[in-house]
Write a protein that binds this ligand. Structure first.
Ligand SMILES: [Zn+2]
Length: 295
């Protein structure tokens, strides 16, 4: 009889352990699961927001610009969805915008962020949704280090995104949502994969404008994606010759580069590119809502 009750007690004990284990596992799992809450901006983070009424920051604002709300949240709150298409531009004296497309990427983006931080300057990153999904922690680092973020479609697949303005905007919405999940704000600057030329009809421009997005092109490039800038030295040379050929770009030099995998040469070239621009008197800004059209 005594042994039976000991056995029963043992069973109860084991069962209790098992139940406890399950609770412990669940608690642990909740802690380990990716942050459902958006990242809180660091106290020192300097960011500009568009107004609830979608008013854009002052033209001489030097900070990355974000919206506190997603489009869905704006709809729910009955807030305006666009600034209305008219905006003023900031023209500076020898201002360069370093822009990086197609990331984030674990190695290249992280190394570029290290270089920018060492140099005490900031750049702008146009992200694809699929890479935001892969490296949300790198997205957070871009944001929290004061660099600017823009959208660059979800898939980067021309067949899909340029099938129709609706398809294009669907990927914008998807990417905006992913970025919002990672950093708790959404960008309103955007760059069309491959550029708008030959891709956008007036319906695409209209759709972007209706949704308050600001399209950002470029007027210089290192050739890191077109075969002319295969090495770091070639990239620097490409930029040098464009600076000579197009001195009228001084007020807003928007340089296209890439930080996706395969663009290690761009990482290598970056310190020299920064030196080159500084030697010609350039300072660096992030792309804001007042960045001029590239032409
Ligand atoms: Zn691209």
């Amino acid at each position: 009889m005594k042994q039976v009750s000991k056995l029963l007690l043992g069973c109860v004990f084991i069962a209790a352990l098992a139940v406890g284990g399950v609770f412990l596992y669940q608690a642990q799992h909740r802690l380990d699961s990716p942050a459902e809450k958006p990242a809180e901006p660091a106290a020192s983070l300097q960011v500009a927001y568009i107004g609830d009424d979608f008013s854009l920051p002052a033209v001489d604002n030097e900070l990355p610009v974000y919206d506190k709300y997603t489009e869905a949240m704006r709809k729910e709150k009955g807030l305006p969805l666009s600034y209305g298409g008219k905006r003023e531009y900031f023209y500076g004296e020898r201002v360069a915008y370093l822009t990086f497309d197609d990331g984030p990427n674990r190695e290249n983006t992280s190394r570029i962020l290290d270089i920018l931080s060492r140099e005490g300057i900031h750049g702008t990153f146009f992200l694809t949704g699929q890479n935001v999904e892969r490296y949300p922690d790198v997205v957070k680092r871009i944001y929290q280090s004061g660099n600017a973020i823009g959208m660059h479609s979800y898939s980067h697949d021309y067949k899909k995104i340029y099938a129709s303005p609706q398809a294009y905007m669907q990927e914008m919405a998807q990417t905006e949502e992913l970025i919002y999940q990672a950093i708790g704000v959404r960008p309103i600057i955007s760059r069309a994969p491959g550029g708008t030329s030959g891709h956008f009809t007036k319906e695409y421009w209209q759709a972007l404008s209706d949704r308050g997005y600001i399209e950002v092109g470029w007027n210089a490039l290192t050739g890191d994606a077109d075969g002319t800038g295969k090495t770091a030295a070639a990239e620097v040379e490409n930029l040098k010759s464009q600076l000579q050929a197009r001195p009228y770009l001084h007020s807003h030099l928007i340089i296209l580069m890439h930080d996706a995998s395969g663009h290690e040469a761009t990482v290598q070239a970056l310190p020299e590119i920064i030196r080159l621009l500084r030697s010609q008197g350039y300072t660096f800004r992030v792309v804001t809502t007042a960045v001029p059209q590239p032409w």
